[in-house]
Write a protein that binds this ligand. Structure first.
Ligand code: FAD
Length: 395
């Protein structure tokens, strides 16, 4: 590989994980993040075995275990009568897949990654540095941030759904509002009424909306995400305050467990934002520049796999770059390994949204069908081993 560092735009889960995967194989990188600090406002994230495998490769699983909650199952319930429609057993994941299913606080996970990034001699992290432009030629890449021009061997756009790198690379195609508004809040367990304190990982499905709850911070805090169809709303930010009264109104008529949980949310800790999607790209790379994570495939969050895909991408790209191929062949191998899988997750996530939100007869038929269907973990999803996928059979 070229000696000058790989430039990574974006210090989210994808970009930070990539820098650590590259460091592990002796490739240095510089990460540019436009935010002045990485710690995030409260939100949870589910980490499935397929991405914990990557963190195992980075020696991080025991540190993640310290901040994680490990649910034994996920319950899918019906909105009005609170009936259990289906249960996904997670208790044998360690035994069957080698890794558990964790739910964690996103800020705590970022802090763990950050502490490793800061210790690494191969990684330079530059905060408060928005990358505005880049150029690429046969000798390398240059990015511009403020007055500075920085040179590197390759450029990775890990800059999320509104990726600047993607727009410069392939032209503008603005993200489209999907008609879903998400609300999120964290509730300290002691604030929940006694009956709801035992509440584990649950998803309630109802007409045009659903609610997801799971514990984080070793079970001391309940993460809540509500998704409501609302075609008229279109603003995206992690920090737009939500109004509790409005959320309660959205869920009026739902069962008492749901209402009690929502009533326990503090109005100061409620945020809402619109969910967006982008067109599928034919290519993810051009010359010395490649995209990763939400920048090239941002699924709706209805399978909890967006970050998992960005994390797998990071591992896959680092392995492709370590393979002794030239960068064009490495990028092409990376794309060929990742496109079908990430597209499948995009399609299934969108389909989940439709299934969760069914109403009337369609919902009744769905509920009956679930009686005859025992959900199992998806081998293709949770059992996936990104490292053997790169090595290929027999290698
Ligand atoms: C409600 C909700 C719940 C979710 N739950 C889960 C879950 O449980 N499990 C899961 O796997 N996924 C989940 N996801 C998806 C997940 O959050 C994303 O897929 C993931 O964060 C994508 O990571 P990324 O690194 O590609 O992008 P991002 O996390 O968006 O990071 C991009 C970074 O780039 C920075 N940046 C952007 N532009 C520039 C620039 N020009 N210069 C410098 N820096 C820049 C941004 O500030 C940001 O820090 C959820 C998503 C939502 C909306």
């Amino acid at each position: 590989m070229a000696e000058s560092p790989v430039l990574i735009v974006g210090g989210g889960l994808g970009g930070l994980t990539l820098s650590l995967c590259l460091a592990k194989i002796g490739i240095s990188s510089k990460v540019f993040e436009r935010r002045s600090q990485l710690s995030e406002n409260g939100a949870g994230i589910q980490l499935s075995p397929n991405c914990l495998r990557v963190y195992d490769h980075l020696g991080m699983v025991s540190a993640i275990t310290e901040i994680a909650h490990e649910p034994s199952h996920i319950e899918f319930r019906e909105w009005r009568q609170n009936r259990i429609l289906s249960k996904l057993d997670l208790s044998d994941f360690r035994e069957k897949l080698g890794f558990p299913y964790f739910t964690v606080h996103r800020g705590q996970l970022i802090d763990l990654l950050l502490s490793r990034v800061l210790k690494s001699e191969s990684i330079e992290l530059h905060l408060d540095r928005e990358v505005e432009h880049f150029s690429s030629d046969e000798n390398g890449v240059q990015i511009q941030t403020g007055e500075d021009v920085i040179h590197g061997s390759l450029l990775v756009g890990a800059d999320g759904i509104r990726s600047t790198i993607r727009s410069e690379l392939f032209g503008l195609d603005d993200p489209t509002f999907t008609g879903h508004v998400a609300w999120r809040a964290l509730i300290p367990i002691e604030r929940l009424p006694q009956a709801s304190k035992e509440i584990g990982s649950r998803v309630w499905w109802g007409p045009g909306k659903h609610l997801v709850t799971y514990p984080v911070q070793c079970g001391s805090v309940l993460n809540c995400v509500a998704v409501v169809e609302n075609k008229a709303w279109a603003f995206e930010s992690w920090h737009e305050p939500g109004e509790l009264g409005e959320l309660l109104k959205e869920f009026s008529g739902w069962n008492s467990d749901v209402l009690e949980i929502i009533q326990s949310i503090s109005n100061n800790d409620l945020y809402k934002w619109g969910l967006f999607s982008r067109n599928t790209l034919k290519n993810w790379s051009k010359d010395r520049v490649v995209l990763l994570g939400d920048a090239c495939h941002a699924p709706l969050p209805f399978m909890a796999q967006g970050a998992a895909m960005a994390i797998e991408d990071a591992a896959c790209l680092s392995y492709c770059l370590a393979d002794g191929l030239d960068y064009a062949d490495s990028f092409s191998k990376f794309e060929s390994l990742r496109k079908a899988r990430t597209q499948k997750v995009l399609t299934m996530s969108a389909r989940n949204g439709r299934v969760f939100h069914l109403s009337g007869l369609a919902a009744m038929l769905r509920n009956v069908a679930l009686k005859f269907y025992e959900p199992r973990f998806n081998d293709f999803l949770y059992g996936y081993n990104v490292f053997s996928a790169v090595d290929g059979p027999g290698k």
